[in-house]
Structure formats: structure tokens, C-alpha cells
Design a protein around this ligand. Structure first.
Ligand code: ADP
Ligand code: ADP
Length: 220
């Protein structure tokens, strides 16, 4: 069963009298252990599609299923809970808090949860992304690639089924980008998660199991 599936999704934005159809009847799915990469020109609907997959915005028409459950009509609170437990987010510019150590940054999404041993899990994840010797470093004491590894560890702290990555190599040089892509490839198998990314990076497209190209709101 697909971990995430969009069926016949339409997204329209209304600004004043103008309506933009950002997604036109889109079908999309991702499986565990698979990296799906979304590409397409600026304005083709990539961010809109990523927002739908990340349950950050709701479709105008169509259905979204998470692990087979239809979440289309979930309330905002229910969607927030699904996002927190099922989806990890990684961004181009890392989004780390500068005053916190690597370990504290990784623990951050679980601050509300006292039931798990957050610290041990954060340390374990940092070891798994090769940063076992950088646990107490702050972001400004880390390289770009190391910062992105911290961000990836943070995205995995709640044991999500899906990792969403928005241009994860966008701020990295080619070689560092490759090490991050190799890391993601390893993680998708070890953790059995679906990775869905949006990118302009040709190198990243090469690491995808499947490429979804959007043009003018339609999958080609
Ligand atoms: P991409 O990420 O591929 O650049 P977007 O998903 O951001 O594309 O945008 C797709 C289309 O939807 C564009 O025409 C854009 O102007 C429009 N759009 C995106 N977000 C909004 C919004 N919040 N309100 C109105 N129009 C939007
Ligand atoms: P990028 O191409 O850098 O990803 P986007 O074009 O997707 O940036 O836009 C960034 C933000 O602006 C998104 O939250 C998107 O929803 C919003 N946005 C994009 N186009 C419009 C628009 N025409 N009107 C209002 N908001 C928009």
C-alpha cells in the first residue's frame, strides 16, 4: 500500500477575481523505501504539490490517503497530529536554531513529548548520519553538509513514514550534495521510509527511483 497517495487532486487559488489552477487532476503516490523526485519549471505547481503531500494545505478537489486512510476531510488539528507523527521535513536552508547544539536541534520536534527518551534517540540519530563526534557543536561550527545531516536527523526523530525534502542540496556544492544524496538513499532503505523531494538539481534526479515532472499543474 502506498504510504501517501493523491487521487484526482485539483488545487485552485482565488486572488480577487482571478483563479489560478495550480494542480489539475493530479495522481501521485509514494511507497516505503522509494525516493520520488518532483521536478518542473518555476510556477508549474511543485510547491503546491509538496504542500499537499505534507498536509500543509488541503486540495480543492480530490483525495489524499495516508497509509490507506483518507485524510482529505481531517480537521486542522488532526492534520497537525498526522504531520507530526508521519512526516519529516528537510529544507534547502536547513532551518536549524543557531543557539542550540546539534543534539538539541534534533530533539526539538519532540519537546512536547515526555514519554520517549528524546536525548538518547537524538544522539543515536546523529551517530547514524555520521555526526557522532559533533553532538555538542552549534550550527555555525558545522559545515553545510553537516548542518543538512543535523536537519535530516531532526526530521527522523518522530520516526516518520515520509521524508519531504524541498531542494535539500540547493545550498550545497556538488560533492557535498552527493554525500547528502547517498545518505538519503541509505536512510530510505534502513528506515524503510518514502522520500519525496522537489529539486532543480540534475544530480538529485539521478538518485531518484521515480521522477515526476510537473508542467503547468499537470504530471507529464
Ligand atoms: P512552483 O513551486 O513550481 O514554482 P507553485 O506551486 O509555487 O509552483 O505555484 C503554482 C501556481 O500557483 C503559480 O501560478 C503560482 O503563482 C500559484 N500560486 C501558488 N501559491 C499561491 C497562493 N498562495 N495564492 C495564489 N496563487 C498561488
Ligand atoms: P519557490 O519557487 O521559491 O518555492 P514559490 O513560488 O513556491 O517559491 O512561493 C513561495 C510561497 O509563496 C509559497 O508559500 C506559495 O504558496 C506562495 N505563493 C506563490 N505564488 C503566489 C501567488 N501568486 N500569490 C500568493 N502567494 C503565492
Amino acid at each position: 500500500m502506498s504510504v501517501i497517495a493523491l487521487n484526482d487532486v485539483v488545487k485552485r487559488y482565488q486572488t480577487g477575481h482571478e483563479t489560478v489552477e495550480a494542480l489539475k487532476d493530479v495522481d501521485f503516490r509514494a511507497e516505503r523505501g522509494e525516493m520520488v523526485t518532483i521536478t518542473g519549471p518555476s510556477g508549474s505547481g511543485k510547491s503546491t504539490l509538496l504542500n499537499m503531500i505534507g498536509l500543509l494545505d488541503t486540495p480543492t478537489e480530490g483525495h489524499i490517503r495516508l497509509d490507506g486512510r483518507d485524510v482529505t476531510d481531517f480537521t486542522e488539528d488532526e492534520l497537525t497530529e498526522e504531520r507530526r507523527s508521519e512526516i519529516g521535513f528537510v529544507f534547502q536552508d536547513f532551518h536549524l536554531l543557531p543557539m542550540l547544539t546539534a543534539t538539541e536541534n534534533v530533539e526539538l520536534p519532540t519537546m512536547w513529548d515526555t514519554s520517549v527518551d528524546r536525548h538518547d534517540r537524538a544522539v543515536d540519530l546523529l551517530h547514524r548520519v555520521g555526526l557522532g563526534d559533533r553532538l555538542d557543536h552549534r550550527p555555525d561550527q558545522l559545515s553545510g553538509g553537516q548542518r543538512q545531516r543535523v536537519a535530516i536527523a531532526r526530521a527522523l526523530i518522530n520516526e516518520p513514514d515520509i521524508l519531504l525534502a524541498d531542494e535539500p542540496t540547493g545550498n550545497l556544492d556538488q560533492d557535498t550534495g552527493r554525500t547528502i544524496l547517498e545518505e538519503l538513499t541509505r536512510l530510505k532503505e534502513d528506515e524503510n521510509i518514502a522520500i519525496v523531494s522537489v529539486t532543480h538539481d540534475e544530480q538529485m534526479v539521478g538518485y531518484a527511483d521515480r521522477v515526476v515532472q510537473l508542467i503547468d499543474g499537470e504530471i507529464q
